[in-house]
Design a protein around this ligand. Structure first.
Ligand SMILES: CC(C)(COP(=O)(O)OP(=O)(O)OC[C@H]1O[C@@H](n2cnc3c(N)ncnc32)[C@H](O)[C@@H]1OP(=O)(O)O)[C@@H](O)C(=O)NCCC(=O)NCCS
Length: 157
């Protein structure tokens, strides 16, 4: 879709991004049979506080936010989180475009790092397709039955 643009999100976008996040993660909750997950429970105050330390990108279609991702760069390590795409716009490469844009905006990064649920095989496959590799697995600190994976993409120069 060529009419989808990716831009940096601003403070005024946060409510819409949080709403989209809740819509987006319903499919994730359904597929794992677990609705007790942080993305569905996050408050506006919490995302507002993340906005002080993270940059958010938004994918726009006809003035509507249909995708987002956030990231935080500390020295040459970039932590990537909350990749979301409106369920009606999935499987068209928007998630991949958002991930690629994070990389383009951090040309000097040596390492990109993200976390996802071990059961989310489609997410893991998407991340692997753009160069991330599973680095470790661990139990979520708030939910011991939720297994997570840490994925890393190293940039070799
Ligand atoms: C994860 C998520 C962001 C992916 O968004 P997306 O826009 O569908 O991602 P993409 O389209 O880039 O890639 C997803 C799949 O679509 C395929 N695809 C990409 N472009 C395509 C196209 N033009 N036509 C058909 N399929 C396409 C990809 O190959 C990939 O397929 P695979 O799963 O079989 O490997 C989305 O599913 C989502 O919001 N999920 C809920 C929230 C979530 O779990 N986020 C991740 C948290 S870690």
């Amino acid at each position: 879709m060529t009419d989808i643009t990716i831009e940096q999100a601003n403070l005024q976008d946060l409510k819409e991004i949080l709403q989209l996040q809740k819509e987006a993660f319903v499919t994730e909750a359904e597929s794992h049979g677990n609705y007790d997950i942080e993305p569905l429970k996050q408050t506006y105050e919490s995302i507002l506080s993340e906005f002080q330390t993270h940059l958010f990108l938004k994918a726009m279609y006809e003035n509507k936010i249909i995708g987002s991702v956030k990231y935080r760069a500390i020295t040459d390590i970039v932590w990537v989180g909350k990749l979301i795409v409106n369920p009606l716009f999935r499987k068209r490469g928007i998630g991949r475009r958002l991930l690629t844009e994070v990389e383009n905006l951090n040309p000097d990064a040596a390492k990109f790092q993200l976390f996802t649920a071990a059961l989310s095989i489609h997410n893991i496959r998407l991340y692997e397709s753009v160069g991330y590799e599973v680095h470790s697995t661990y139990k979520d600190e708030n939910q011991s039955d939720l297994e997570m994976v840490e994925m890393i993409k190293l940039i070799n120069r």
